[in-house]
Design a protein around this ligand. Structure first.
Ligand code: NAD
Length: 367
């Protein structure tokens, strides 16, 4: 892989390779774009088969964070980091503290958080070495489980989609097919139940399904049946790539709006939804509630503020729909455009000199 050619294509600002032999640390930090603010994105630990796979993953994920922060109106850039290793076997205090020291050396250009393979105990070690961590334990003033915020943001997105399709936001007048009732899905079930919506649910976890049926009146359906139920809104809250050639054929839905990441198997499936008159609320704008919630930690965590910010997802999704109409493009493309326009505009209003940190001249003697 030609490194500079690769990061030139993906438009990254900085890619840092971190190595500590004694701690067994092999990590990559990718800072994609910091025009809007410090790059924020999770730390992932995964036993990548090759270093090239690890680099490809961190470049892709960090770029995604730039877009997510930008469409969400956050003053944050995009970044991500990975540790190459098996989370079941290779974790140690030294590993995470060594990573924390590298992170600290970036002076706040990149702020990390938990992602796949990392838990709050690992973050405790990172936090011992640097302030530049969010999603820390609540005893340190951290924000705790982001799922209720992600679910609340998903509900706002559903309302914006209903408004576009039917001209009203009456959750209770419509029906929902919810795939996955884990952390986010169950919170969404509670919110829709509170407004009287009819729900179909599916999951591989029978216990979770029993709760949905017994406490929230949901109708339980089979794993593959969820794609063809007669519901108005499909809410993918489990897996990626569930909008694909096979499933689209079965859809009777008017709207696709859920919390799962990477819902479209390929971008062309977003085009196809559009052609079929099915509204697609872009996933990374819908599920930004979790990111908004942790971002509040940077100013001192306040749950009320996080909730208020998450409510704005309604307007973010509505604006994406407006751009799609303005430019006559599918919504997935409109989301990217909205992010790019915001970054470009904020880049233009910056006055380069004033934005530099004041240079300290103490100790210098002019002769
Ligand atoms: P989770 O693991 O708690 O829940 C996922 C649920 O999906 C589980 O109940 C699991 O049993 C179920 N599931 C697994 N395979 C399934 C299948 N084949 N069919 C139906 N259900 C299946 O995860 P979560 O935190 O609730 O996140 C849900 C989705 O939202 C994920 O795609 C995640 O990346 C995304 N997301 C979550 C957050 C958050 O705040 N938790 C933020 C942004 C995005």
């Amino acid at each position: 892989m030609n490194l500079f050619e690769t990061i030139d294509k993906t438009e990254h600002e900085q890619v840092i390779f971190c190595h500590n032999k004694d701690a067994g640390l092999k990590a990559i930090i990718a800072i994609h774009n910091t025009i809007l603010g410090p790059a924020l994105g999770g730390l992932r630990m995964y036993p990548y088969a090759t270093e090239e796979q690890a680099l490809t993953d961190v470049l892709r994920l960090s770029r995604g964070m730039t877009y997510k922060a930008a469409v969400s109106g956050l003053n944050l850039g995009g970044g991500k980091s990975i540790i190459i290793g098996d989370p079941k076997k290779d974790k140690s205090e030294a590993l995470f503290r060594a990573f924390g020291r590298f992170l600290d050396s970036l002076g706040g250009r990149y702020i990390t958080a938990e992602d796949v393979g990392i838990d709050v105990n690992d973050m405790e070690y990172v936090y011992q070495e640097t302030e530049n961590v969010v999603g820390v334990h609540q005893m340190h003033g951290g924000s705790g489980d982001p799922s209720p915020f992600t679910a609340f943001g998903t509900l706002q997105s559903i309302k914006a989609s209903l408004e576009l399709k039917y001209g009203n936001q009456n959750i209770g007048d419509y029906s929902y097919a919810i795939q996955g009732v884990g952390h986010v899905g169950i919170e969404l079930v509670k919110l829709i139940h509170a407004e009287g919506g009819k729900m179909f649910v599916t999951d591989v976890n029978q216990e979770a399904l029993d709760i949905c049926r017994d406490q929230y009146g949901c109708e339980v359906v089979g794993l593959d049946e969820i794609y063809s139920v007669d519901a108005d809104v499909y809410c993918p809250c489990a897996l990626g790539a569930t909008v694909n050639d096979e499933t689209i054929e079965q859809f009777k839905f008017d709207i696709v709006c859920g919390s799962a990441n990477n819902q479209l198997a390929e971008n062309r499936h977003g085009d196809e939804l559009e052609e079929r008159g099915i509204i697609y609320a872009p996933d990374y704008a819908v599920n930004a509630g979790g990111l908004m919630n942790v971002s509040i930690e940077l100013e001192g965590y306040n749950r009320e503020r996080a909730m208020r910010m998450t409510r704005n997802i309604y307007y973010n999704i509505s604006n994406i729909f407006k751009i799609a109409k303005r430019d006559n493009i599918p919504t997935w493309r409109a989301a990217d455009r909205m992010g790019e326009e915001r970054i470009a505009m904020m880049g233009k209003i910056q006055q380069p000199y004033m934005n530099q940190k004041k240079v300290k001249f103490s100790g210098r003697v002019k002769k």
